[in-house]
Design a protein around this ligand. Structure first.
Ligand code: ACO
Length: 321
């Protein structure tokens, strides 16, 4: 039986890091007290004007490949999760392929599931690997949400940041990914969206992120609890047997409420939202890489990765690291 196993992780944060007070100094009508109290966010990173989604992805991908000890041309599948692609087309995965110098005709495509994007991409890559069609996948979440923030909307612009995270997922004799679950409910597509498109040379609708924060909060806590139980059940383990939960980092209160629902101590939850803000599809692989590199996550431990975001989409991946 072919299993799929993470063999390397990597991430990248652009150097510009702004605190809540820095946002106030730039004219945003907010306060450190409000943002920390409601969200737990203290700082976030923003890409330079000349840095695109593929640039951030490139650095994260190089770090993951180095950690896995793989050369770019050993990769036969690239799935890049993003809601802030470089272009309408080609895919950001194809642009990344060029920037990485890959010349082996690997299959590459983008995944659009907003903040669940990395979990969707990882679960998809697992199916390719387990089918035997591919052996070495690069799975990336990369975002420049600063491009779609309305700086006149203080209810959303303080929440997000830019960054990228990546993993190398390889065919293996031993598990690996133990269970995956992916879900969506398009009836909730309006509570978090960027309802714009390009047509006839113009943007129609709005190119900025809009959100019903309280509806998102309630939805996220419910489905993150449900999907955690679903993958643990599928793998035949109790949620208490999970060593680390690596959830999408939207808001520390969502993470606390989910942990409480699952009766898990916050000590088992990797939390990066204070430093990174919400980096959408990048948040889970960024948090994973951070906890791998600082030694918290060790080989053989059970990890629960979770995403929830626009669509509405949600999902989880349970794995042995
Ligand atoms: N600074 C200061 N005051 C603010 C700010 C701000 N940045 N934003 C809103 N306020 C004010 C409002 O104007 C309002 O003032 P009023 O009472 O005088 O009218 C007050 O704060 C309360 O506003 P609410 O929108 O009701 O605030 P709420 O308590 O719901 O908190 C928040 C907003 C933090 C967005 C919350 O709803 C939340 O955490 N939602 C989860 C959504 C989330 O994290 N989304 C991330 C993207 S989705 C995802 O990744 C899954």
């Amino acid at each position: 039986m072919i299993h799929a196993r993470i063999t390397g992780t990597g991430s990248y944060l652009p150097p510009l890091c702004l605190s809540n007070d820095d946002l106030v100094a730039r004219g945003i009508d907010t306060s450190d007290e409000w943002v920390v109290g409601r969200t737990g966010i203290r700082t976030r990173h923003f890409a330079r004007d000349d840095q695109s989604c593929s640039d951030l992805a490139l650095e994260a991908a190089k770090n993951a490949l180095a950690a896995a000890g793989r050369a770019v041309n050993e990769v036969d599948l690239v799935i890049l999760a993003t809601s802030t692609p470089d272009y309408i087309f080609p895919s950001t995965a194809a642009i990344l392929q060029k920037k990485l110098g890959m010349a082996n005709d690997a299959a590459v495509f983008d995944m659009q599931a907003v903040c669940s994007g990395f979990v969707y991409a990882l679960a998809t890559a697992e199916k390719f690997i387990r089918s035997g069609s591919h052996k070495c996948a690069l799975v990336i979440g990369s975002e420049v949400f600063s491009h779609i923030l309305n700086w006149d909307d203080r209810t959303t612009c303080v929440l997000f940041g830019d960054g990228a995270g990546a993993v190398v997922l390889e065919a293996s004799d031993t598990p690996g990914i133990l269970a995956t679950a992916l879900h969506a409910d398009g009836r909730y597509s309006d509570i978090l969206s960027v309802p714009g498109s390009v047509s006839g040379g113009k943007v129609t609708g709005s190119p900025f992120l809009q959100m019903d924060g309280q509806a998102v909060f309630k939805f996220a806590v419910r489905v993150l609890g449900e999907v955690a139980v679903e993958v643990c059940k599928a793998a035949g383990i109790a949620t208490s047997e999970v060593d680390w939960v690596i959830p999408h980092q939207a808001n520390v209160r969502i993470l606390q409420a989910t942990a409480k629902r699952l009766d898990l101590p916050m000590e088992k939850v990797v939390v990066t939202v204070a430093e990174h803000g919400n980096t959408s599809a990048a948040s889970v692989p960024l948090a994973l890489d951070l906890a791998v590199r600082d030694g918290r996550i060790r080989p053989g431990q059970r990890l629960l990765l979770q995403g929830v975001g626009g669509g509405f989409t949600w999902g989880a991946v349970l794995l042995t690291f």
